[in-house]
Design a protein around this ligand. Structure first.
Ligand code: CP3
Length: 358
């Protein structure tokens, strides 16, 4: 009886976080919103902190500075959620793979292309090397207003594997797909390792105070249907199951970017609590095929935010009108780009805060 009573008492004093209510299926007059890459180079205050930090990874692994840049967009725009400032490539770094960011060139890694490369990964020291990330989560949660939810995240195994195997961003995924087609059992060992370590890394963030987690499958759209089932759906389902065992109350948002019509199987088969839509997903179709099952998030074109003005207002209003009838989180269809004028983000934030009376 006691634990049950305690649960009730605790749930009654839980602050009213709009994002968490939406993820339980509630429909609110004004949807919660946050924006992928809401902290970043489009903000002058980010560029200032970034210049002090040394490299980008140093910034991710400095709890004070990571806390500061996580809070910057919340102070400016009043989003309903903060997303931990980190990167999906912190996981390979914490596994002992060499990761660096060449200025203006994006990520570089010392590539892993066979079993010998896998054997060199140092799984045992993952949480020790990622500890500054968990410390940042503790500090961010302590600093955030009660009404703002904190989102933790990781890349999906497939997307992280593409960087680990290619050694950089890629268009063709020559080496990752080559390995997956020529030696699926060998590539499966990399994916399985990433499933386990992603669960560990997300659990570390949850235990430090993250209330929601998002899995970014940025390169899901590169996979043919059978490969999508094996390398995106199955590992995602395994991660969701393991997280539900350990942390049953924590919602998981999946983002299979570019998956096209495969997103429907993803929603039906992975067990994610909500799905994030990329810019290409038609709103009416999403409302019937996806939102009837889970809350949806998305999907304003980041380039409409760069353009601003009437074009942005029209696109945002369409999304709010169509998806706002069900459980819905307003977001972009992919990350904010560097060229985004900060005042356009302010205008978008006003439009959503004033919805539906605007
Ligand atoms: O959303 C947020 O505000 C939280 C922080 C966040 C970053 N990266 C910060 C970042 C998140 C959630 C990510 C996820 C991420 N990282 C993804 C998945 C989402 C997506 O965009 O598809 C991927 C594929 C990465 C890997 C990565 N990190 C790339 C390809 C790059 C280079 C591209 C670029 O914009 O320069 C990064 C660097 C990176 N991650 C930056 C930021 C703010 C820019 C680094 C800088 O300040 O120089």
């Amino acid at each position: 009886v006691w634990p049950a009573l305690m649960e009730t008492a605790l749930s009654q004093i839980q602050p009213d976080r709009l994002l968490l209510r939406t993820l339980k299926g509630e429909i609110s007059p004004r949807p919660p919103f946050w924006l992928m890459r809401q902290a970043g180079r489009y903000l002058p205050e980010y560029r200032e902190v970034r210049a002090q930090a040394g490299g980008f990874l140093d910034l991710c692994l400095n709890p004070d500075l990571a806390t500061e840049v996580t809070l910057q967009p919340i102070r400016r725009y009043g989003m309903d959620a903060a997303i931990l400032f980190s990167d999906i490539l912190i996981l390979p770094h914490a596994l002992g793979q060499k990761v660096w960011f060449a200025e203006g060139e994006g990520p570089r890694l010392d590539p892993i292309r066979d079993q010998a490369g896998l054997d060199r990964l140092d799984v045992a020291n993952l949480t020790a090397r990622a500890e500054p990330v968990y410390e940042a989560v503790r500090r961010i949660r302590a600093a955030l207003p009660d009404t703002v939810a904190l989102i933790g995240f990781a890349g999906s195994p497939w997307t992280v594997a593409t960087y680990m195997v290619e050694g950089a961003g890629s268009k063709e995924f020559l080496h990752a797909k080559g390995w997956a087609y020529a030696n699926p059992a060998g590539f499966q060992r990399l994916i399985d390792l990433l499933v386990d370590t992603t669960v560990t890394h997300l659990s570390g963030q949850i235990e430090a105070g993250a209330e929601v987690v998002q899995l970014f499958d940025s390169w899901a759209g590169a996979l043919a249907p059978a490969e999508f089932a094996r390398w995106s759906i199955a590992p995602t389902r395994a991660i969701v199951r393991a997280l539900k065992d350990k942390h049953p109350g924590v919602p998981v948002i999946g983002f299979p970017r570019g998956a096209g019509i495969n997103i429907q199987a993803y929603v039906e088969q992975t067990g994610v609590d909500a799905v994030s839509l990329d810019t290409s997903v038609p709103l009416d179709w999403a409302a019937t095929a996806l939102q009837s099952r889970v809350p949806v998030q998305g999907n304003l074109d980041p380039l409409a935010l760069v353009a601003g003005g009437e074009a942005m207002r029209r696109a945002a209003t369409d999304i709010l009108t169509t998806l706002g009838k069900g459980p819905f989180i307003f977001n972009l269809g992919h990350g904010i780009v560097q060229q985004t004028p900060p005042e356009h983000v302010a205008e978008l934030a006003r439009l959503i805060h004033d919805w539906p009376s605007a």
